[in-house]
Ligand binder design. Structure first.
Ligand SMILES: Nc1nc2c(ncn2[C@@H]2O[C@H](COP(=O)(O)OP(=O)(O)OP(=O)(O)O)[C@@H](O)[C@H]2O)c(=O)[nH]1
Length: 690
């Protein structure tokens, strides 16, 4: 994360007589200095500089200090002292580890915030940002990408309890991360919007939680809304999930209703972690991120044994060993401790250079006293979707490589290798977990690294069986072996479950059918809502499937998908020729029954998207050497140009500026300028044509 316009410090505790409170107006310097103190109370939270940071003063008063203000060493010592109050050790039987399962927008972040406030972990903030969602992109999209954790202290029947909240990402692309964070907990809050109901994603995560034997506490959120129907929704939870809702908690995270009941239920219902402190160390990594100043910070849950500061540790899957230079808890800012025991949740840093060496799901053990077996459930990240990324300006190639390397330090699921194409020049073929992951990476490359990129249409990974008996993987349509060399092609299939009000069953089944879906099952989960299950090729979901699902159901349907394996399909490669040149990045792999329709639709779409040139440009779709569809872009007539340039000066300027902007995302293919949109055209074909 190299975003220059953001600094990352916030929320440190200070004593009320801290000189900072008197002098903060006088000392200004760049925030980088603060990081150089080498202290760790500066957390990952970002504050839009130059906005203010808020300082806690003994958990009560607050003061605003301009971000980047001088913070002295002694202030930081005091901060530690204040923080230590909250570190009081509790017996294992007083620990509770839990997560929150909720559909997007049902109020997970708002509730997490309230739990932190009610337990005095953070004070009520007027800041807009919510604690558990940090990245800007996340906030803008209203989704949670990375996991976080927070430790809270809560008094129950006069005894102190330590409650660890582990956050989970809310998108299917990250279901592996979800499963790892569930594995770090003994219980989960199931938060359902009382004015909506159970959604597909919630359901999928509840099943995951049940597989991990988590105690599930149902919570109906947003009961303050006039449209809330707590009775209907709790009945739905009982029917759909089979969860007893007689003691369901009514909550309004926004108004702070029901928060105490939730905290009490966590203590009463969720079992404490088993006390296995005597066993060899096993700790589960549920998140890790790269910090430019300290290396990788690993978030873990100790399952067995004890980990101490300075211990030599081994990561069982990666085989790498390190010294745990620093361990600590997340309260939610990082506070150092000397040891963490079975059942506890915390972080460590050990001069690890890349998150790939401390992957989510890996098991940490001691180098000398090793555990026999690693914890179950570890999986390598397998990218499912690939695309080509090319700098518009060829000079930016080295910058693009640097940027990808930097992103990869923090994202072990991101894969890339150089790709050269006669049409596009030098770039990279990149692999992603899914479409959302792809969009996030593209956006970060452009936003944080100031790159202007041309992205080619995403492709899945095909398995091509070669005549000689070999099988090769192909994620780049232009590299598909010739028909004469291959015996068959297999493509990845997914199972999707759509939940929808009954009015939209028809349009959604039609959608799945259009996408080569095979109907599996439909059932009414309540009187008005149905679950529809299909199996279909992943390639048919890449693109606008989700948008279509939303628009055809007026936003009411939700979906969830999982990979089910490879199946043989009758696939062929469709090439696109522009002005007689084959444009590799426009090549696409399609089912043979759809080839003609796609060819026609694609040439028409390209004709719309490619600006007219000074000469006539033929656009053709071909299978092998056979042209199956053809369009032609007529030349710009001289007088049209003359008219444009003959106008008054402001108009001329405007036109030039517009051209300059347009130019940013053009790639010259032969003599023809092809805009970015053209490379994505295959995803935007009119439905009627297909
Ligand atoms: N009326 C009402 N609105 C709420 C309540 N809780 C949350 N909201 C609103 O619902 C919206 C979504 O809340 P978030 O907490 O961001 O939801 P989330 O589940 O974390 O969403 P993601 O981060 O996108 O997964 C926000 O606009 C909240 O202000 C509530 O109890 N009552």
């Amino acid at each position: 994360m190299a975003a220059a316009s953001f600094c990352r410090l916030k929320l440190i505790s200070l004593s009320p007589n801290s000189p900072l409170l008197h002098h903060h107006h006088h000392h200004h310097h760049h925030s980088r200095r603060c990081r150089n103190f080498g202290f760790n109370y500066f957390n990952r939270y970002k504050v839009r500089s130059p906005s203010n940071i808020r300082l806690r003063v003994n958990c009560q008063t607050t003061a605003n200090v301009e971000s980047g203000s001088e913070v002295s060493n002694s202030d930081l010592q005091l901060a530690v002292a204040a923080g230590k109050d909250r570190l009081l050790k509790v017996p294992t039987s007083n620990i509770r580890n839990f997560c929150i399962i909720a559909h997007i927008d049902h109020g997970k972040s708002t509730l997490a915030d309230k739990l932190l406030q009610m337990t005095g972990t953070v004070e009520s903030r007027e800041m807009k940002e919510q604690f558990l969602d940090n990245m800007d992109l996340e906030r803008e999209r209203g989704i949670t990408i990375k996991l976080q954790a927070a430790r809270m202290r809560f008094m129950y029947e006069k005894e102190p309890y330590c409650l660890n909240l582990i956050d989970t990402p809310g998108h299917v692309d990250f279901s592996y991360e979800v499963s790892r964070s569930l594995a770090a907990c003994e219980g989960a809050l199931l938060v359902v919007d009382a004015s909506q109901g159970v959604e597909a994603q919630t359901l999928a995560n509840v099943y995951l939680a049940l597989e991990h034997n988590l105690e599930i506490i149902p919570v109906l959120n947003k009961i303050d809304l006039p449209g809330a129907e707590p009775n209907r929704v709790s009945q739905e939870i009982e029917e759909v999930i089979g969860l007893d809702c007689s003691n369901v908690i009514y909550c309004s995270a926004k108004e702070g209703i029901g928060i105490n009941e939730i905290l009490n239920a966590i203590v009463r219902k969720i079992p404490p972690p088993p006390d296995t402190t005597g066993r060899p160390l096993r700790a589960l990594i549920f998140d890790s991120y790269y910090d430019a100043y300290r290396g990788v910070i690993v978030y873990f849950r100790a399952i067995d044994g004890t980990i101490k500061k300075g211990d030599r540790i081994l990561f069982m899957a990666s085989g790498k060993d390190y010294f745990a230079d620093e361990i600590g808890v997340l309260s939610p800012s990082q506070l150092q401790v000397d040891e963490l025991r079975a059942g506890e949740v915390g972080y460590l840093s050990a001069s690890i250079k890349s998150v790939a060496d401390a992957r989510v799901g890996d098991t940490i053990t001691h180098y000398t006293r090793r555990a026999d077996q690693s914890l179950p459930g570890y999986k390598e990240a397998t990218p499912m979707v690939f695309c080509g990324l090319f700098p518009v300006d060829a000079d930016q190639f080295p910058e693009l490589r640097d940027a990808l390397e930097k992103l990869q330090l923090n994202d072990s699921a991101l894969k890339f290798e150089p790709e050269t194409s006669s049409a596009m020049g030098f770039g990279f073929r990149c692999g992603f977990l899914g479409l959302l992951h792809m969009e996030i990476v593209q956006e970060r490359l452009e936003r944080e690294y100031n790159l202007t990129l041309i992205t080619t249409a995403p492709s899945v990974v095909y398995r091509v069986n070669i005549i000689n008996g070999d099988t090769i993987e192909c994620s780049n349509p232009s590299l598909l072996p010739e028909p004469g060399k291959r015996s068959s092609i297999e493509e990845p299939f997914v199972k999707i479950e759509m939940l929808t009000p009954k009015d939209y069953i028809g349009p959604l089944m039609e959608l799945a059918q259009d996408r080569r879906g095979e109907f599996k099952e439909m059932k009414y989960i309540t009187e008005n809502r149905a679950s529809i299950i299909y199996e279909l090729p992943l390639a048919e979901m890449v693109g606008d499937f989700f948008d279509q699902l939303k628009s055809r159901s007026k936003g009411y349907a939700s979906m969830e998908y999982s990979f089910i394996g490879y199946r043989e399909s009758e696939l062929i490669k469709l090439d696109i020729l522009i002005n007689g040149d084959c444009v590799e990045p426009l090549a696409t792999i399609v089912h043979k029954d759809k080839a003609y329709a796609v060819g026609r639709a694609l040439t028409q779409k390209l004709k719309e998207l490619i600006p007219r040139q000074m000469f006539k440009v033929p656009i053709q779709a071909c299978i092998g050497s056979k042209v199956i569809a053809s369009e032609s872009l007529s030349a710009i007539r001289k007088d049209v140009l003359a008219k444009c340039y003959g106008g008054d000066i402001t108009r001329k300027k405007k036109l030039l500026r517009k051209q300059a902007e347009g130019k940013k995302r053009m790639k010259a293919i032969g003599k023809v300028d092809v805009p970015q949109e053209a490379f994505m055209a295959v995803l935007k074909l009119e439905k009627e044509v297909l």
